[in-house]
Design a binder for this molecule. Structure first.
Ligand SMILES: CC(C)(COP(=O)(O)OP(=O)(O)OC[C@H]1O[C@@H](n2cnc3c(N)ncnc32)[C@H](O)[C@@H]1OP(=O)(O)O)[C@@H](O)C(=O)NCCC(=O)NCCS
Length: 244
């Protein structure tokens, strides 16, 4: 299965609300904490940018209003296009002013997650990781431990999102495997064994102090970045160029 990803930062989000749909504006009004408002806006912005590039369709503010992101009762994001249910699956994660969005066609299991690489306590590892994961971590060189812990944690969160459960499910019901298979570009393979739906295949990569993970079922090919649409000069630009 082909999956696509896009990352956006807080600075890219317009300060106004002209790009939000009516339902989204109503939802935003109910969010009172500024940190939550900021991450929620960044999430909506990133999903809209990802979907407009994936389809592709125009990305002016009016067109972005037509791509609405609603939360299902589980909390999972769902995309509506011009008020209609879409055949798209998206997942999103915000951390440290960055947002990662994964998108694919069809109604599938898809989850992505961004995690900061920082020291975590032994209690954290004992509480959230399986004994096999703890044994793997114990064998790893000390300087790699924070990255590995972030990677395992992020892969679990991606799987919890792909299951549409979130942390209602214990992270110890999932087991993460890495360190096998071929790297593809910046992405390396991983797998997460779940207690209910078998194994999710996925990918991870590290950069700028963050780990990104993405898992899906059916198994995803290496994730493809969604670039800005190709710049097409307007008639005006073309006339100016012709006169030179
Ligand atoms: C999913 C979850 C593990 C992610 O938490 P996190 O790592 O702190 O946050 P991230 O930034 O990585 O991900 C947050 C996004 O995950 C998505 N998400 C939330 N619940 C989800 C679920 N059950 N399935 C899939 N995705 C979910 C949302 O898009 C959310 O962003 P948004 O609320 O701005 O739309 C956590 O939110 C959770 O366990 N949620 C379910 C439990 C819950 O309390 N739900 C509230 C019901 S509305």
């Amino acid at each position: 299965m082909n999956v696509y990803w896009l990352e956006q930062g807080q600075a890219e989000v317009p300060p106004h609300e002209d790009w939000l749909g009516a339902g989204e504006r109503a939802r935003l009004e109910k969010l009172s904490f500024s940190k939550r408002r900021a991450e929620w806006r960044l999430g909506r912005w990133t999903v809209k940018q990802a979907v407009s590039r994936f389809l592709p369709r125009a990305s002016d503010f009016r067109s972005l209003q037509q791509i609405e992101v609603e939360a299902a009762p589980s909390g999972a994001p769902e995309v509506r296009l011009a008020g209609q249910e879409s055949e798209l699956t998206v997942s999103l994660s915000h951390r440290s002013g960055q947002c990662l969005c994964a998108v694919t066609a069809g109604n599938v299991n898809l989850g992505c997650d961004l995690e900061t690489i920082e020291p975590r306590s032994d209690v954290f590892v004992e509480e959230y990781f399986t004994s096999e994961e703890q044994a793997l971590l114990a064998q790893a060189p000390a300087d790699l431990q924070p990255q590995l812990v972030a990677l395992f944690w992020s892969a679990k969160e991606s799987a919890l999102k792909a299951l549409r459960e979130g942390l209602r499910l214990s992270t110890r019901t999932l087991e993460v495997w890495t360190g096998y298979g071929e790297q593809c570009g910046e992405w390396r393979p991983l797998a997460v064994r779940t207690a209910t739906v078998g194994i999710f295949q996925g990918w991870w990569y590290c950069g700028a102090g963050l780990v990104r993970t993405l898992v899906a079922h059916p198994a995803p090919r290496p994730p493809a970045r969604l670039f800005d649409p190709v710049y097409r000069p307007s008639i005006r630009d073309w006339c100016v160029a012709e006169r030179r």
